[in-house]
Structure formats: C-alpha cells, structure tokens
Design a protein around this ligand. Structure first.
Ligand code: 2P0
Length: 334
C-alpha cells in the first residue's frame, strides 16, 4: 500500500471531492517522546516497529493555514517567509499533499507559523504535519475523527500522529500492513506540576535525518534487537508512573529509554552520534544535581539538545543552573 491508497482508505467516498472552503487553518502542539519511536516496519507509511508515548508541549507548536491557489505549483511559507520548492521541507509538504489533489492542477499555498525555536530539535515536523492535516480537514470539510486524522498525519511524519492532542499521548504501533491500526490516542492522565526545560546546544543541521538514522540503526545495529523489549518494559513503567504520579520513576525510565535509543545508534555502522561535548557536559551536570538530591532527568531526540524533566517546585534551582533554559509547561490556554 502506498500513501495515496492509505489516504483513499481513510477518506472513502470523500476521496477526490473538491474543497468546500477557500482556506483552512489549525494549530497543533509539538511533542516530546518519553518512550521513543525509533525504527520503521514500513518506510512509505511511517509504520513503527514499536509503540511510543509522548507529552505535548502546550502552546508551543505550529499554526498552519492552507488555501487553494491558481498556480502550477504549491507556494510554501515558513513564518510568512517563502521557502524555495527545491528545499527539503517544501518537498516533503508537497509530497504529503499529492494524494489530496483532486485534479493534477490543484495547488496550495501553505503557511506554517511556529513558535518553537527553529532548529531546536523540538519535533517541528511533528507539529507541522499534525497542524497541516487538521487544516486540510477544515479546507475540504472532511469531518474526520481524531483517529483518522492521526493516521493521515503519520503519513507526513511518524511522530506527527502524536501531535493531535494536548497532554500525554500513546501511539500504538499496530500490526496491519495497511497501518489502519497504527495511530495515537490521548491518555487520561494529567500532571500540572510537570515541567520541561529545553537546553539548546546547537541549531546546526542534523548530520543525518531521523528517517535515515532509523533505517541505518535497524539494518546494522546488533543492539537494535533489544529495543522492542526495552520499549515494552518502559511503556509499562511510564504508564504506571503517570497513574500514581511517581516522578522519580517517570524521569528514570524516560532518561534510560533515551539513552538506550542512542545506544542503538552508537552501535550502528557507520556509527551515529548526535551528542556534542556540550551534550555530555550537561548530562553530567544533571547526574551531579541528582546526586545532590534534585529531581531532574533528561531526554534526548535525534539531535544534540537535551530536554529536562522536573517539577515546578524546583524551577528556580534549574533556572539558576541554566540561565538560558526555555521552560515549557504542558498546560495550554483554551
Ligand atoms: C520520537 N523521533 O519518538 C523519536 C525519537 C526522534 C527521536 O520521531 O521519518 O520526524 O518523519 O517518521 O517522526 C523524529 O522522527 O521521523 C522522531 P519520520 P520523525 O519523537
């Protein structure tokens, strides 16, 4: 099955119908995985090998608007600035939109406004594709369910299927070849005191994209065969920690999960190492603070930046240690 057929399966009789509105817009929050998605069983449909669990970043995310234009090609903007169609970001959006063109000549103007620092490694593709999927739903008037939107968003970027909700979200890997059972759902936990701190270490372009890094890890790392077991264990621990609000358990599990993911990358051939000396320095600092009794843990995605997990009561101490840390609350207005 390809992306086009997957979109057709979701849209059913609405497939190939004209947009009912002139434009559509929507917001989607960014998300950070506490138990990571790493490795695909289907590259075309972004079907994961394992399930994953994330926390959304409140009001930090993407606001996307889309309209139909009279042009032979899409016009793509990032924060109101035009992006060349040859750009990778523009190319991914254009490819994602292809199944929804009712005629070959149907073109779109898309403006993605992000309030997260660009290049911060905070899942910009996740919130971008989730917001675009919701905006498309409004433009065409499809009235899709959250589950259907999650499946469509996944076709743009795997982690985007988790960005449809605020709070804690779990993406079930599913087992079907067509991916119709691979989508995210909102978990019924909340934790108002939980804080995320973003430590920006570098905004340089990634040495290797997540997609390619996943491929290489799955194909070459002997440690990767341990990854599904690790995830199965960590998902149980994290859900239990969320249930009983055990912050130490949550932090320890999330940190170890991130380190295990990076261990699979380090043991790939050629090896993948996203950390820089500064990343390692900050990891040691986190461990030192923990030895002194402070409840702080880190997680790391496909980049050098660290995201800290801590509780509101320790905010001042964290800010004293890292003056330029960006603090994110998982709460949101509205
Ligand atoms: C995650 N990451 O669970 C993991 C952890 C990065 C490290 O999902 O190829 O942009 O578009 O499905 O979703 C980043 O990868 O990859 C990611 P594609 P995506 O958040």
């Amino acid at each position: 099955m390809n992306k086009n057929e997957a979109a057709k399966t979701i849209l059913k009789t609405q497939y190939n119908q004209q947009p009912i509105n002139e434009n559509g817009e929507a917001f989607a929050p960014s998300n950070i995985a506490l138990c990571k998605y790493w490795g695909k069983r289907n590259l075309e449909l972004n079907l994961p090998i394992t399930s994953s669990l994330s926390i959304s970043l409140g009001d930090k995310g993407a606001h996307t608007s889309i309209e139909v234009i009279d042009s032979h090609q899409d016009k793509i903007y990032l924060n109101n600035i035009p992006v060349a169609n040859t750009d990778k970001f523009a190319h991914r959006i254009t490819k994602f939109l292809d199944p929804f063109r009712t005629t070959k000549k149907l073109a779109f103007a898309i403006n993605t406004k992000s309030n997260i620092p660009i290049g911060s490694g905070v899942a910009s593709s996740a919130c971008g594709f989730a917001a675009l999927t919701k905006a498309l739903n409004n433009l065409f008037g499809w009235n899709l369910t959250d589950t259907e939107l999650s499946i469509l968003a996944r076709l743009g970027s795997g982690s985007a299927c988790r960005s449809l909700w605020h709070g804690f979200v779990k993406w079930e890997a599913g087992i079907q070849d067509d991916g119709m059972d691979s989508y995210a759902t909102k978990l019924n936990y909340n934790w108002p005191d939980l804080r995320i701190g973003l430590l920006l270490i570098s905004d340089a372009t990634k040495p290797i994209s997540s997609t390619n890094a996943m491929l290489r890890t799955v194909n070459t790392s002997s440690f990767y065969k341990l990854w599904p077991q690790q995830v199965a264990h960590d998902l149980v621990q994290i859900e239990h920690a969320l249930q009983i609000k055990d912050f130490q358990k949550l932090g320890e599990t999330a940190e170890l999960n991130a380190l295990a993911m990076h261990a699979t990358m380090l043991t790939s051939n050629p090896p993948i190492l996203y950390s820089t000396p500064k990343t390692i320095e900050y990891m040691h600092k986190v461990w030192q603070l923990r030895q002194q009794g402070l409840g702080v843990y880190f997680t790391q995605d496909a980049g050098p930046n660290l995201k800290l997990l801590f509780l509101e009561q320790d905010l001042k101490k964290i800010q004293n240690t890292w003056q330029d840390i960006i603090i994110i609350t998982n709460e949101h207005k509205s």
